[in-house]
Design a protein around this ligand. Sequence first.
Ligand code: GUN
Length: 299
Amino acid sequence: MTATIIDGKAFAASVREKVAQHVTRLKSAGITPGLAVVLVGEDPASEVYVRNKGKQTVEVGMNSFEHKLPADTPEADLLALIEQLNNDPAVHGILCQLPVPDHINSEKVLNAIDPAKDVDGFHISNVGLLATGQKSMVPCTPLGCLMMLREQHGSLSGLNAVVVGRSNIVGKPMAALLLRESCTVTIAHSRTKDIEALCRRADILVAAVGRPQMITGDWVKPGATVIDVGINRIPAPERGEGKMRLVGDVEFESAAQVAGAITPVPGGVGPMTIACLLANTVTAACRANHLDEPEGLTA
Ligand code: GUN
C-alpha cells in the first residue's frame, strides 16, 4: 500500500481562506479582529515564527500587533503589557511566544492572559474546559491535526488513537480532543512498554515526541492515518557539507508504504498551526461580540 499524502500546505490555505471570509463578515459589522503577539528576547527561530504570524495575520485582513521586548525585560513589565492587552478592545487574541527567558515564569505569564483572548489555549481555564469537554480555546497544533483527521475520516468515533508524546502543547490536548471525538485514546511516552506493538494497534497515530524519525513503518498498522507533528533538523551530507534538512518524528518513506494516509514534513502539520491561530483569533472575535461561531474553524 502507498499512503495518501495529506497536503497540509493546501489545507492551511483553505483554512486561511475561510478565516478571511469571516474577517470580511466581521468587518462589515464594524469589527476588525486583532491579534497581539509578544516576543521576549532574540531567539532566531521564534523571530521567524513571529514574523510569519504577523504576515499571515495581515494577509487575512486582521490587525497584527507585535510587541518585541528585550531579553532582560522584568517579569512584572511583561505582566503589565499583558494586562494592557487584556483591556484593549482592539485585541481579540494574545499570544506570548515560547520559550520565554529563564528569569520569567512562563506559567504565570500564560495564566495572566484573559482566557477569552488566549488563542494558544494554554491558560489553565482553557485546559480545564477542554479536559471536561466544554467550549474553550483549543491549542493550535492539535486543532490543526483534528481538522485534517476529520477531513480524512469524517467521524472518528470508535477508532483507536495513539498519541506519542505527552507535552502540554500537543500530546495532552490532542488526546483530550480525540477523546471528545469518541476515539479510544492512549498516550504513549518514553517510559511506555512495548511502544511499537501499541502503535501497531492505532487507526490514528499522532507522533509528537521531537525525536527524528523514531517511528518506522513497522510501527504502523496497515491503512492507519499517521499525523507527524515533529519538526527536527538533521544533518544532510547528501546535500553538501554542513547542510541540514527537516524530518518529522516518523520515518516517512517506510511509514508511507504501510499507512493509509500520512502527513509529510515539511508541508504537513506545520502550516496548519498558524492557520489555526488565525482561526482561533476570528473565533475569539466572534465570541467577544456575541456573533455566530465560524463554522468549520473550531474544535
Ligand atoms: N513556541 C513554539 N510553538 C508555540 C506555540 O504554539 N505557541 C506559543 N505561544 N509559542 C510557541
